[in-house]
Design a protein around this ligand. Sequence first.
Ligand SMILES: C[S@@+](CC[C@H](N)C(=O)[O-])C[C@H]1O[C@@H](n2cnc3c(N)ncnc32)[C@H](O)[C@@H]1O
Length: 300
Amino acid sequence: MDIEQAQHECAITTPEMAEISPYPLNESTSNGVKQESDRLDFQHRFFDDVMNNELLPLHITNQLARTASPRVCDIATGTAIWLKELAKTLPASAELVGFDFDMSKFPMPEALPSNIRLSFGDAYEPFPEEFRNRFDVVHLRHFNLAMKKGQGVPLIRNLSSLLRPGGWLVWVEASAPLASAEPPSDGLFQTQKVYYKFLHSANLEADSMEQAGLVDCETRSYHCASVLFGPKASDWLAREHEEFYATLGQILKGILLKGGVDGMRTQQDLDGLLAKLQEDMSGTRKCHMPVIRNWGQKSL
Ligand SMILES: C[S@@+](CC[C@H](N)C(=O)[O-])C[C@H]1O[C@@H](n2cnc3c(N)ncnc32)[C@H](O)[C@@H]1O
């Protein structure tokens, strides 16, 4: 199926895959693919500011800058927004590849730089031979709701198969279950309870990369509230409220579509929770959420 057809049909995750995958966000928009694509692009700009606009850890950025034709792969790429931003920092000779098991959010090829190629790919399945041992960097972001219980290490091994020896795996997660609000928000607490019950696997364990055989593994945390102390402080609370309501609200809708969890089983439960969350995500309330970036290297 080509991208045009996939966008027309809304989502191309097959029913078998949707059943197997816990990921709840592809089917839960009221206005289809465009709404989800806009949310992902807004989310990218939000977290990019939280992470000091560093698309990659500095030493990896420097390594790519020393490589004549760097090769980078983005897993679960969504709208390919991260790849598109990275392409602006790399030479035209760079090779940029994005995989997702839902191609409906891919931009049309003519809207992409010619060195970005997007393909169907399930992060848990072996990748085609032509992509193995090829990339300087493999990047994965916002995947915790797609994690399958006990599959962290096999998943990292599968992603590492794409790396050349010496290449880096980089994994970013926003920790919604660890978020907090000031003053406290009952809407956020209730949402977190539902989210946490639904999570099939806790966030990537810090030592999963080592267990999967990567070396020089490191972790760095960023914090939403840090933007309040920088040049983008002025409209930050409004952006936080928009991001928290749009993303958490859509996650709740997706969880209900997958059958819900104790505490949120009916449309009425969902509507009540959404109303509470919307009311709380307003005014001068500050939201705090850690964002964790892990990376590790495939040994030489
Ligand atoms: C929250 S979005 C993040 C998109 C993008 N990485 C970003 O940061 O803007 C997660 C993406 O993961 C994709 N996804 C979920 N499970 C997947 C899997 N098993 N294999 C490939 N893609 C998957 C979804 O289709 C969705 O596009």
